[in-house]
Design a protein around this ligand. Structure first.
Ligand code: ADP
Ligand code: MG
Length: 307
């Protein structure tokens, strides 16, 4: 049976500013329903997910509370893996019961090894969490928080190092081989460094699409399916001459990345992840939206990147 790694965006789970628990459950159920339909089509799936809105909310709660000691980013990341893992796990099980699929589901708290001396630790670039007004932002920056300013306000920036290895790789593979649906590497995985054989958590976030491609290669997935909120990656995005991409070669993808067609921190990491997957031996990577997932797998929608 062919194996597909599905990566879903954090925004497919919860809108950062809205999203009460009921709305969150409804969105998760919608996502899991589609995933169950994909599995019913006769493939094996491994699931990974983003955590941008969720980790932002945890940071905001920590900042507003002031009563308890704030936890570092690696621990906040672990919290989101547990929380989202639980929600996805329960919802998937319910969908499976509804349509008669006999499958176990489990979430693996996943650590990824990053290089602690990489450039992103000197120059953090990844914006996360809420926007702050100038006065509040200045107080935070005086306390040592690194921030950037864009048209919506100030936002915290953190290092986003490349993922090299997945600590729990063997157990993930074992569970897949036993037919378990594994939810893993949530939020790009918890970044850890390895020093003299000892693992240490580190304050960073890893791009979920890049970890997704690494994971897809490691587990030998045939297809790496990235589900986001647009149906296609496009050239000249949001311009009058926008062209939605259907099937492109990895070489074309590299060219379009170089030409700057894809948003930094949004579509570009997805394209980079797709390229990395194919260049490391993967068969095809697809970028599309949740509601087009089944059509995209059938070659009738989405953007497909092939060798
Ligand atoms: P996710 O939470 O799924 O990772 P992101 O917001 O990070 O989602 O990335 C998806 C977004 O990328 C889309 O909503 C779209 O606005 C943006 N985007 C930037 N450049 C492009 C492009 N060239 N083609 C399509 N979408 C693009
Ligand atoms: Mg993203």
């Amino acid at each position: 049976m062919s194996l597909i790694l599905i990566a879903i965006g954090g925004n497919a789970i919860l809108h950062p500013e809205k999203g009460n628990p009921q709305e969150q459950q409804e969105k998760i159920d919608g996502t899991c329903k589609e995933i169950a339909r994909i599995i019913r089509g006769g493939v094996d799936v491994v699931l990974t997910h983003g955590n941008g809105p969720q980790i932002g909310n945890i940071l905001a709660m920590q900042e507003e509370c002031g009563l308890v000691h704030p936890q570092p980013l690696d621990i906040c990341g672990a919290q989101t893996q547990g929380m989202l893992g639980y929600l996805l796990q329960r919802s998937l099980l319910n969908m499976f019961r509804e349509i008669g699929i006999k499958k176990q589901v489990t979430t693996i708290i996943t650590q990824v090894i990053v290089d602690g001396s990489c450039e992103s630790f000197q120059n953090p670039t990844k914006p996360i969490g809420l926007y702050y007004q100038e006065e509040r932002a200045k107080t935070m920056m005086n306390a040592g928080v690194k921030m950037i300013h864009d048209r919506k306000g100030y936002r915290r920036i953190v290092p986003s190092p490349m993922p090299f290895n997945i600590v729990e790789e063997d157990i993930i593979k074992k569970l897949i081989s036993e037919g378990v649906l594994v939810i893993t590497a949530g939020g790009g995985g918890i970044p850890v460094i390895e020093r003299n054989g000892v693992l240490e958590g580190i304050e960073a976030v890893v791009d979920k699409d890049l970890t997704g491609s690494l994971l897809a290669n490691k587990i030998g997935a045939e297809i790496f399916l990235i589900l986001t909120d647009v149906e296609n990656a496009a050239l000249n995005y949001r311009k009058t001459n926008q062209v939605d991409l259907r099937e492109i070669t990895v070489h074309e993808a590299e060219l379009y990345i170089k030409e700057g067609h894809f948003g930094k921190g949004s579509m570009e990491p997805k394209m980079l992840a797709a390229v990395r997957f194919i260049r490391s031996g993967g068969k095809s990577a697809i970028i599309s939206s949740l509601d087009k997932a089944i059509d995209a797998l059938a070659g009738k929608a989405g953007t497909r990147i092939i060798a």
